[in-house]
Design a binder for this molecule. Structure first.
Ligand code: NAD
Length: 358
């Protein structure tokens, strides 16, 4: 990635990352620790989905200078006072807001916490950020930015043709996507009404190391390796546009450093796969990396479909490509290879995280 992009993140810049103990947030923090000299503040509620192992391991490797640049704050964004207090205490230059409840199936079973964290949590963070922004001297105001990290699921479900883009109408259909759509609207409103400098990104499905083992790709790897049935919803023909997590992180840095204020950017892998093809690719990779007497794909088994299961997501990422020069660097077989290799080496971590399933 172009190193000049990190200039904006260097020096005494203070970057607040919310949800930094989650899958994507921890990848953002690892990259900031490795590639910048910024001060990094990780704010997270530490839900069942969070884990700080990857960051702590990296801090050990990088030593004192990195440790001095990093702090962790256990805060629930639903708690208004704590959110205001911590934002004022840190006084960040840049906020990258990733904290959210993120699992669609859980949102169907228990939507309330999704509304609390994703909508009211974002509202509390916006209000705290606006209070801080208004108090800043002009020069700091010019550099301040609030980056809201969202999903392509806000656009609903596509038929066999077409792509989502920044101009697509919002049409969320699950409690998760409805809560994320609401938070996008709030962030936009804080830009237009209060002039808070914001950017929004809407990304397709991510995969890679350290993803909580309730999401499709780690679930498939884990069941395959354990000799269990590999569950696939419905007819397996739902389509997702998969993006390797480090490519998403690079896109986030491009947008937070160079994105147009008040804009949104769609981020996608240009890599549409049906769920069944995705599972088959994982099985083929396992056949090579951990062969056994029969192909792993024999374990694939279809299960009752998810309620309101969106059929197809696909992103037209031409805006971020043309304006900011970002393109995904990792093709699907390479990304799956890296991911499966990582999960094969980290079975203890998977075991630890699975103990948190309810
Ligand atoms: P994740 O579930 O792995 O991590 C989310 C983190 O947010 C967790 O560490 C959790 O403890 C924290 N959190 C939740 N509620 C909180 C609250 N009230 N206060 C403070 N912290 C809280 O999720 P992820 O996959 O890393 O996703 C991160 C962000 O990216 C989310 O906003 C998600 O909507 C968005 N996104 C994810 C994907 C994907 O495929 N995973 C794709 C596009 C966008």
């Amino acid at each position: 990635m172009d190193q000049s992009i990190f200039e904006k993140l260097n020096g005494s810049k203070k970057i607040l990352v919310t949800g930094g103990a989650g899958f994507i947030g921890s990848a953002v923090i690892r990259k900031l620790l490795k590639e910048t000299s910024a001060k990094i503040f990780n704010l997270d509620k530490l839900t069942y989905a969070s884990d700080l192992t990857s960051i702590n391991k990296l801090l050990e490797d990088l030593g004192d200078s990195a440790r001095e640049r990093y702090s962790f704050f256990k805060v629930d964004l639903f708690d208004e006072k704590s959110t205001i207090d911590v934002v004022n205490e840190i006084s960040p230059d840049i906020i990258m807001h990733l904290a959210a409840e993120s699992h669609v199936d859980r949102s169907i079973e228990g939507p309330k916490v999704f509304l609390q964290s994703n909508i009211l949590g974002t509202f509390n963070l916006l209000n705290a950020s606006l209070g801080l922004y208004r108090s800043l001297p002009n020069q700091k105001k010019e550099n301040f930015i609030f980056h809201h990290i969202s999903t392509d699921e806000v656009y609903g479900s596509l038929g066999p043709e077409g792509f989502f883009s920044e101009r697509s109408p919002y049409d969320p259909r699950s409690p998760y996507s409805a809560s994320k759509a609401s938070s996008d609207f709030l962030v936009n409103a804080w830009f237009h009404t209060y002039n808070l400098p914001i950017v929004i990104t809407n990304c397709s499905n991510n995969y890679g190391p350290w993803q909580f083992p309730e999401k499709l790709i780690p679930v498939t790897i884990d069941n395959a390796v354990r000799g269990n049935n590999i569950p696939i919803y419905g007819d397996g023909l739902n389509i997702r546009d998969w993006l390797y997590v480090d490519d998403h992180v690079d896109a986030l840095f491009q947008v937070v450093c160079r994105g147009k204020l008040g804009s949104s950017y769609c981020i996608g892998g240009n890599n549409e796969k049906t769920n069944i093809d995705c599972a088959k690719e994982i099985c083929l990779t396992l056949d090579k990396l951990k062969p056994k007497e029969f192909p792993y794909k024999k374990q694939i088994s279809f299960v009752k479909d998810r309620l309101g299961h969106d059929r197809r997501y696909a992103i037209n990422a031409s805006k971020i490509r043309e304006e900011l020069g970002w393109e995904p660097q990792t093709n699907f077989s390479e990304g799956i290879n890296k991911t499966v290799t990582w999960y094969l080496k980290n079975t203890d971590w998977v075991k630890k995280m699975k103990k948190r399933f309810k």
